[in-house]
Design a protein around this ligand. Structure first.
Ligand SMILES: [Zn+2]
Length: 266
C-alpha cells in the first residue's frame, strides 16, 4: 500500500493540475493506494471584485468545500480522506506555525508520496501555493520529519515527470471535475482556455501520448541533488513570474479580521 497525499492551497487547484493522475491512482490502481487530500484553505475569497463581498468568508468557504467534496466523489475519494487546515485564503504563511502544523500532520500520516504546488520554478505565483510547496520542501530538506517522502511539484516550469492522458478524457474527466466548482467558473473559464494547449505541449515529449500532466520530482539525497538544477531560461522565467501580481482575489479587511478572530479562538 502506497500512501499519497495531494496538497492544495484552494479547493479546485488539484482538479485542473492533477485530475488525471489522481483519477488513475484512485480508480485504476486503487487497491495499492491510499490517497488523501490536504487543503490548506477553503478558498474563502475566491470571487472577483467587491460586488461579491457579501459572499466572501465563511459562506463561500462552505460552498467551495461542498464543491470539492462533489469533485472528489468523481475519483471515488470520500470526505474522510480530505483534511482541511483552516488557513485563510490569501494568507497561507511561511512561518513556524505553518511548518509545525505540517510536520505534525506528516508525522501522523507518514505518506510515501507528496504531490504539492511548485515552490520555486513556477508560473503560478500565488503566495498560498508558493508557501505550501515551500514549507513541504523545507520540512523534507531540513529533515524535520524522520522519513523522506517522495516529493512531486505541479505547476512547474520545467517538469521531469509526465503523466499521459487521452484527449477524450479532457471532456470525460477534466470538464466534469471543474464543472463541480460553480463558484469558480469566472476564473476556470480562463484556465480552461490554456488547459488544452498546455497539456498538448507537455504531451509532445511523451511517447505514445498526446496529452500530459507535467510534474517535477524533487531530489533530496546528496548523490542526486544535481537533478534539481534548472536551465538558465527557467531561472529567468521564475524571476519574471515572481514579479507579477498573480492573485486576483480581493480581501475585504472586515471579513479577514472576522476569520482571523475565529481562527484565534480555536
Ligand atoms: Zn489555488
Amino acid at each position: 500500500m502506497v500512501k499519497i497525499i495531494f496538497f492544495q492551497a484552494h479547493p479546485d487547484d488539484l482538479e485542473h493540475k492533477c485530475g488525471h493522475l489522481m483519477h488513475f491512482l484512485a480508480t485504476e490502481s486503487k487497491e495499492n493506494n491510499d490517497i488523501r487530500i490536504a487543503s490548506m484553505t477553503r478558498g474563502e475569497f475566491g470571487l472577483p471584485g467587491s460586488q461579491y463581498d457579501k459572499f466572501k468568508g465563511h459562506f463561500l468557504a462552505k460552498i467551495r468545500t461542498r464543491e470539492l467534496l462533489k469533485a472528489e466523489k468523481i475519483h471515488g475519494i470520500h470526505s474522510e480522506k480530505i483534511d482541511f487546515f483552516g488557513f485563510i485564503d490569501g494568507f497561507v504563511p511561511f512561518n513556524s506555525e505553518f511548518v509545525n502544523t505540517l510536520v505534525d500532520y506528516l508525522n501522523e500520516e507518514r505518506p510515501d508520496v507528496i504531490i504539492a504546488p511548485e515552490a520555486i520554478y513556477t508560473w503560478y505565483y500565488h503566495m498560498d501555493h508558493i508557501n505550501t510547496g515551500k514549507a513541504l520542501f523545507y520540512i523534507i530538506h531540513k529533515k524535520l520529519i524522520n522519513f523522506t517522502p517522495i516529493l512531486y511539484f505541479y505547476t512547474s516550469l520545467h517538469p521531469n515527470f509526465l503523466f499521459g492522458f487521452k484527449k477524450r478524457n479532457i471532456k470525460n474527466l477534466t470538464y466534469k471535475l471543474i464543472g463541480c466548482y460553480r463558484t469558480q467558473q469566472w476564473l476556470l473559464k480562463y484556465t480552461m482556455l490554456s488547459y488544452r494547449p498546455f497539456s498538448r505541449f507537455a504531451g509532445r515529449k511523451l511517447h505514445g501520448w498526446k496529452y500530459a500532466e507535467p510534474y517535477r520530482r524533487v531530489y533530496f539525497k546528496k548523490s542526486n541533488l544535481e537533478n534539481n538544477r534548472q536551465p538558465l531560461i527557467v531561472r529567468i522565467f521564475t524571476h519574471f513570474f515572481s514579479s507579477l501580481p498573480w492573485t486576483k482575489a480581493k480581501y475585504p479587511q472586515n471579513i479577514v479580521l472576522k476569520l482571523k478572530e475565529k481562527r484565534g479562538k480555536k
